[in-house]
Ligand binder design. Sequence first.
Ligand SMILES: C[S@@+](CC[C@H](N)C(=O)[O-])C[C@H]1O[C@@H](n2cnc3c(N)ncnc32)[C@H](O)[C@@H]1O
Length: 301
Amino acid sequence: MSTNTKNTLLDRYKKLLHKIEYKEVPTVIRVNTLATTHEKVIERLKKELVELTKIPFLRNGYTTTSKRSMASMTPYMLGYYYIQETASQIPVEILNPQPGEKIIDMCAAPGGKTTQISQMMKNEGAVHAYESKKHRIDSLMNNIERMRVTNAIIFNKDVLEAKGEYDKVLLDAPCSGNLASDKEWLSKRTIEGIKENAKIQEKLLHKAINLCKEGGIVVYSTCSLEPEENEEVITNVLKLRKDTTLEDTDCSIGSSGLKIFDSKKYCENIELTKRFWPDECPTQGFFIAKIRKTKSKRKEK
Ligand SMILES: C[S@@+](CC[C@H](N)C(=O)[O-])C[C@H]1O[C@@H](n2cnc3c(N)ncnc32)[C@H](O)[C@@H]1O
């Protein structure tokens, strides 16, 4: 990677008016109420000399004091918790899955959010978990089994081929990531790559809306901080879709989505989307949008 490209990427971060640098965060777990209770996990981890502190805005999230790998402990193997960073637990909290619903997780592996959806559904209803990459299916299967999920079906398939209609749709899109969670980020990414990802994300978001029933919810999330992969994707897709509206995420932390970047103005109500700036929030970097499907395309014609 040339110094020029690194500088261009860093200049863009400067333009976002935030100090983005690599950030260590404590290990965060999500207690799995399909397998156990909060109290039992707190007790059990005390024996491993790990103290837990509840994260007030998450239903099942705790920060840990562990210096050891939380994945090497027996309660982990028993499915008592999933290691899942704070911001990464928020999209499903916003999706708010309910028992009995039919939900699609469009980009599922390794299954952090699939297993969280099933947990909130109390294993009642159905989750369709799509993952196109064969080599990522094992981790998805293992996590589904370990976390005692019984209402999920895995599709090792490109989700653009998915059919059907769902009450709720989660699109945790493939993205460019960010420097705060990846030390090597600057040497892996280019502006061209970011633009390529944005094109894929737009295609996936159109598909997400098509798969959603009238009145249903689509949650779009990325761990990228690039406006092209976030506010711009939302703007480009929603301006073509008269069957959608942006909704408030009702999330108590994070900042509003950007209204403008590099003289590009984003769509009406874009401030309802959420940005989790790693230099401001007690989380890693993330972007989340909540979209309501207002009427089906068919009726629109
Ligand atoms: C950001 S990761 C998902 C992380 C996951 N939601 C979690 O919380 O554990 C994106 C995943 O989407 C998969 N993916 C990318 N394009 C896809 C497509 N067209 N259909 C299905 N899966 C896709 C990638 O292989 C990758 O595993």
